[in-house]
Design a protein around this ligand. Sequence first.
Ligand code: GRF
Length: 216
Amino acid sequence: MSYRVAVLVSGSGSNLQALLTAQVCGELGAEVVLVVSDRADAYGLQRALQHNVAAAFVPLQRPRHMATRTAWEQRLAAVISAFTPDLVVLSGFMRVLSAAFLTRFPGQVINQHPALLPDDGGDMVCTSDGRVIPTLRGAHVVADALRLGLTVTGCTIHYATPLVDNGPVLARVEVPILPDDTPESLHERIKVEERRMIVEVVRDLAQQSAARQERR
Ligand code: GRF
């Protein structure tokens, strides 16, 4: 039985593309069955359609209005549930999902974050060369790393929890910051690592799931 993956995107979806390409090449061990976006113009939706993968646009109007937001999350969860995914990947999905949403997919939602996150959920991260740097969370972490004058940042894949950019870490890679880096150049180098890492993590999770099923 295939390991079914739903991917949520708000933008370009180059990480999604890495998953789709790995799938086409037979290197993913999983099947992307659905791509969902909160934005109609997210290029990730086009990428899905180019690969004959179902694509859904679930718009959120009035994001600050609690009742609207709750109803949107329920629609989003219903669309995802209809595709019975084993895994939901938040891949550049620029919305925070509530505990109510996450409990519908227990232990199944992972998030990609373009900075280093610590194992203990704290405010500091240790780098491989023994430095301690601040944990960067939120939507502007690439620019934040430059603004703070850091010389190293990176990317992390972790299980999503109701706390933003916080949860058990699955994989983490460091990326050096170069003296002439701009937010764009740095983010592009981080994304090179992210694309490799997301394919590895999805493949690993699919293999672990298959091994569990064999043992049953
Ligand atoms: C990635 O850097 C991811 O970590 C962040 O959004 C970016 C998505 O890039 N959350 P793309 O849309 O896959 O190109």
